[in-house]
Design a protein around this ligand. Structure first.
Ligand code: SIN
Length: 523
């Protein structure tokens, strides 16, 4: 058994930032499924939104977030996040994160623009912001003696006692092929999102909704899972995962065009290419369905090579690998699953409804993103909540560890290489992609529900009877996520933000969260 004050699950910006804060006064076990650097943060291109420019105001950032969120944001929390942003950003800078400065003035940050923002306010490190942040946080983590890192460790289930208090987690040590018990006074879920529930996603393979699924199984409230954000512009390639083409490219003037070269965004929003993400993704989806095509084009040929290489070195290189020269060629793009606005419901301090269990980052639903997240607000939300969880959880530190409930191991272990249920994985991803995509209908939701119910029974039986592998843990989790999405989508009898149902095309006058709890489905 491994005992520490904190158990932090996940090594993206939320988990690492929280670990650094709490390790000032406490011991931390930090577990991560693969290597420390394998996270969604690592892939983030855009940046962190923060009011810095003299012409910008907190009020405008708050209003842009609320407008993008389509009436469902928690205004109080949005205000707190925007006001706290400069302090949290300064902490990152002090730790060593190098945000790009203006070429002609090294005293000032080069602020980017993205959809839904009325001002330039995105701090970025060219188009490799996530990598810069992740590397810097890891450098600091490795120096900290209070943090013990467990790479190649996959959490299976949370440990809850009869008083509904979280005591840690049962964890699969991938390399040793063994189950470990991690005991902690405070457990924090910072496991990122669940893009891999879908066939095509901008997310890395690790994004399988583990935090949300584990929390759901022990009775945490799960909120707003119908709001799955599709990033409008992922590089289209047949039958492969889609590479993200940052919204910042549109911020620098890229135009969306149909195959015949004509523009179309003016038909959908006055803000055209810089409309909030839900509007742009839905517009592309509509054009593609009308024309029975797979992609539209993103055209940034108005910029020269020098600018493109400096501002977007990562995207420029990736496109070239596929034979696309951004200076001369238009980029084929299509929407793909990108970010979950819903997740484990948390309060203003990151607490869930399970005692001593916190959630933060994409795993959590704080209410900040409402029905559609504003671009570059997610890394910001993560650092704001790392600070809030840290401050709130300190009060539990002087308590003793609770006794663990007796463990009767229901997990099977096999030394043989075990069978991976690939077919079921593909099935979940196809169902989500085909029926829980950008445009939904009652008929498709009902079809999806039937298919996911059948699959859930099969996957749970397989899980109980097969040896534990990382793939089997992930299969159970993505199936759970698909189930949460479909049940949430069925409950919402309107279209709002990212959730568009052709049978309820309008928005209801009163905005409500969708809350799902496993205990309700058991009665
Ligand atoms: C992007 O660079 O377009 C992604 C940024 C985000 O998801 O906020």
């Amino acid at each position: 058994m491994i005992k520490s004050d904190y158990l932090i699950i996940g090594s993206g910006i939320a988990g690492l930032k929280l670990a650094l804060k709490v390790a000032q006064t406490a011991t931390v076990s930090l577990i991560t499924k693969k290597k420390l650097s394998d996270s969604c943060t690592q892939k983030a291109q855009g940046g962190i939104a923060c009011v810095i420019d003299k012409s910008d105001t907190f009020q405008e950032h708050i209003q842009d977030t609320l407008t993008s969120g389509a009436g469902l944001c928690n205004k109080d929390m949005v205000t707190k996040m925007v006001n706290e942003a400069p302090d949290r950003l300064n902490e990152l800078i002090k730790l060593g994160v190098n945000f790009t400065k203006k070429e002609n003035n090294q005293e000032e940050f080069d602020l980017g623009l993205e959809g839904g923002h009325s001002k330039r306010r995105i701090l970025h490190t060219r188009d490799l912001t996530g990598k810069e942040i992740e590397n810097c946080l890891i450098t600091n983590i490795l120096k900290n003696k209070n943090i013990t890192i467990f790479e190649n460790h996959t959490a299976i289930d949370l440990i809850i006692n009869k008083d509904n208090i979280c005591l840690g987690a049962y964890v699969f040590a991938n390399k040793q092929n063994s189950i470990e018990t991690f005991q902690a006074k405070i457990t924090a879920l910072a496991c990122g999102g669940a893009g891999k529930t879908y066939l095509y996603t901008s997310n890395p393979d690790i994004s399988t909704g583990d935090g949300i699924a584990m929390a759901y199984r022990v009775g945490a409230d799960i909120a707003n899972m119908e709001f799955v954000q599709f990033h409008p512009t992922c590089l289209y390639r047949e039958n492969t995962n889609f590479f993200l083409i940052s919204e910042a490219v549109r911020g620098e003037g890229a135009i969306l065009r149909l195959k015949d070269g004509s523009q179309f965004m003016h038909k959908y929003s006055q803000k055209k290419e810089l409309a909030p993400r839900d509007i742009v993704a839905r517009a592309i989806d509509n054009e593609l369905k009308t024309r029975k095509e797979n992609y539209v084009y993103l055209d940034i040929t108005s910029k020269n090579k020098n600018f493109l290489i400096k501002r977007f070195p990562n995207i420029y290189t990736k496109c070239l690998e596929y034979g696309i020269d951004m200076e001369k060629d238009m980029i084929p793009v299509t929407p793909a699953a990108h970010f979950f606005c819903g997740g484990v419901k948390i309060d203003v301090n990151g607490r869930t409804n399970i005692k001593n269990l916190y959630a933060l980052g994409e795993t959590a639903c704080s209410g900040i993103h409402g029905a559609n997240r504003l671009a570059s607000n997610s890394l910001l939300e993560a650092i704001v909540y790392a600070d809030r969880v840290y401050k709130d959880s300190l009060k539990f530190l002087n308590k003793k560890h609770y006794d663990l409930p007796s463990f009767s191991c229901q997990y099977k272990i096999s030394k043989e290489s075990s069978f991976i249920h690939m077919q079921e994985c593909e099935e979940v991803r196809h169902i989500s992609w085909n029926y829980l995509n950008i445009s939904r209908s009652n008929e498709n939701l009902i079809k999806a529900k039937k298919k996911i119910n059948t699959l859930t029974n099969k996957v749970n039986t397989l899980f109980e009877n097969s040896p534990i592998t990382i793939e089997n843990i992930e299969l159970r989790n993505i199936t759970c996520i698909a189930d949460l999405i479909v049940n949430s989508a069925i409950q919402r009898k309107e279209s709002r933000g990212l959730h568009y149902n052709i049978n309820y095309p309008t928005m209801l006058p009163v905005a409500k969260d969708t809350i799902i709890n496993i205990k309700d489905s058991l009665v």
